[in-house]
Ligand binder design. Structure first.
Ligand code: UN1
Length: 512
């Protein structure tokens, strides 16, 4: 791997790194040291002393102090901050993407895509800054006006995962800023450098706008106790958390205990149905991108393939051939399609899931091995696994964050939809079919029960313009596009009486 120092310096990550950033201030962590290593080859990138949980409260206080000032800045002016962040991201796209590759192990293409997702999100939010519309409803009383307004909510705690180390921050932060909310960010401990780089980049823009209060943006690098402290903080009316179901459950319970609001985007166990009429060329490309891309480490990764029995053998044969030829290796190499797993714990989980699958009657068609040849030593590289197994096996109910694709066969569409919906998670889903009736049934209320239901395109790689999230154990939250902005604001309903009498609603008489 090339010496990363120059890029780190360009991203303001040279020298000793403080774990706590509040606006322009950098405060050293008082927790245990964290060695940041690249999943590409295990080489050290940096060392940071983690923040101790008691360092969270003063950061939240700074965000709380910034809130009234940010709230009172007109939304389009807050949008101007986001517009400039988007432009700075355009200028620094290559450097930030390279850092994502070093720290998260994504291929260059996928890292560039992730930074593009941030830019798209900024553009979207800038437009939104002039569209925080409230509705006007007809009042049942004469000479009354009934309307709603959307007001800034307050500081928002944002907890993100390693696999989208920068885009998910942008989903939340671009909207929070235009909505008038400061953000306190706890990134994954596996990807703190990208977080510190985003903060530095955003601050380089915020400093050009002296009206933006300094405590508007902050980052706290720490372990789960930092996230827990954020979840418990009464001063954060909203916690937006992306990650495992286990983490989301802990966060949701802490937030609910204080009657706060949580926005959760948790595990997926995404399925694709391939119907007899499907265009198999498109389906195969889509399956491989969704199941093996990002080394199976997206929450939208395709984990279950439900194939009509009439085409199953032909599809599996072709898929196995593509799987066997997948270029696995350093994500810095231009031709690589499958980079490393984030760490050895991910391989342990993958290996364990494969053993359970075998013990439950599963047949590993191809893959599922450690790869050690032609890959950088020190990284954890695996061959994506294709496993035929019964849909009633217990292992297929779980999300294993690794490239394992379980394959089931089906007879009729109702059965396929029942298999697709028969798991505890509900993030993303897809059908490949050229039969319009099947496509419509799949996307209807009686079809997929997921937050995302696609036709003739895969489960992963959603655009930012739609609302992103899912049902059941996925947590119910919606981030990024559509009307996801409403989670970051509070709604006030206003009744204005401009008559000279006092009629009561529902026709109630109360004469004094
Ligand atoms: C995630 O994996 O947490 O739809 C987010 C996708 C990306 C976002 C994934 N746009 O795959």
């Amino acid at each position: 791997m090339k010496d990363p120092r120059k890029v780190l310096e360009r991203l303001e990550l040279g020298g000793n790194l403080a774990a706590v950033r509040v606006g322009s201030d950098a405060i050293s962590g008082r927790g245990a040291p964290l060695a940041v290593r690249s999943p590409i080859d295990g080489s050290p990138l940096s060392r940071i002393d983690r923040a101790a949980p008691e360092q969270v409260d003063p950061v939240v206080t700074r965000a709380k102090e910034a809130f009234p000032k940010l709230r009172d800045i007109p939304a389009p002016r807050r949008g101007e901050l986001v517009r400039r962040i988007g432009n700075r991201l355009r200028e620094r796209k290559d450097d930030l993407a390279l850092l994502v590759t070093w720290e998260a192990g994504k291929t260059t293409q996928e890292s560039l895509g992730e930074v593009q997702e941030m830019i798209d999100m900024c553009d979207f939010a800038v437009g939104q800054s002039r569209e925080l519309y409230g509705a006007t409803m007809p009042s049942e009383r004469a000479l009354h006006r009934l309307t709603e307004q959307w007001h800034p909510l307050g500081p928002v705690g944002v907890i993100t995962a390693f696999n989208f180390p920068v885009a998910v921050w942008a989903w939340n932060t671009a909207l929070a800023l235009v909505c008038g909310d400061p953000v306190v960010w706890k990134p994954s401990e596996k990807t703190p450098l990208t977080a510190l780089a985003c903060h530095a980049l955003a601050m380089s823009v915020a400093r050009e706008m002296p009206d933006i209060p300094d405590g508007t943006l902050s980052v706290v690098v720490g372990d789960a106790s930092v996230g827990q402290r954020l979840a418990e903080s009464e001063s954060l009316p909203l916690i937006s958390a992306t990650g495992s179901v286990r983490m989301g459950r802990a966060v949701a319970q802490a937030v609910a205990a204080r009657l706060g609001r949580s926005l959760l985007e948790l595990g997926g166990n995404n399925a694709m149905i391939v119907a007899p009429s499907a265009d198999l060329e498109l389906a195969i490309r889509s399956i491989v991108f969704a199941a093996a891309g990002t080394a199976g480490q997206r929450c939208t990764t395709l984990r279950r393939l439900i194939v009509h029995h009439s085409i199953a053998d032909a599809l599996l044969e072709r898929l196995a051939a593509v799987y066997a030829g997948l270029p696995i290796g350093s994500p810095l190499e231009p031709g690589t399609l499958v980079g490393p797993l984030i760490d050895s714990a991910a391989w342990v989980a993958m290996d364990r899931a494969l053993s359970v699958a075998r013990s439950e009657g599963g047949r590993v068609i191809t893959g599922g091995e450690r790869v050690t040849e032609d890959v950088p030593p020190g990284g954890v590289y695996v061959s994506p696994a294709l496993v035929e197994i019964s849909s009633s096996a217990a292992v297929v109910q779980e999300e294993t964050f690794a490239p394992i694709l379980y394959v089931h066969r089906y007879g009729d569409l109702a059965e396929a939809i029942a298999i697709q919906n028969g798991v505890p998670q509900g993030l993303s889903s897809a059908i490949f079919t050229n039969d319009v009736r099947e496509a419509e049934r799949f996307t209807s209320a009686a079809g997929s029960d997921c937050g995302i239901a696609n036709v003739n395109t895969g489960t992963s790689g959603a655009e930012i313009g739609g609302a992103f999230g899912g049902e059941k154990q996925t947590g119910g939250g919606r981030e990024s596009g559509s009307d996801a902005w409403k989670a970051y604001m509070r709604r006030a309903t206003n009744t204005v009486n401009y008559s000279s009498s006092l009629p009561l609603a529902q026709g109630i008489r109360f004469d004094v």
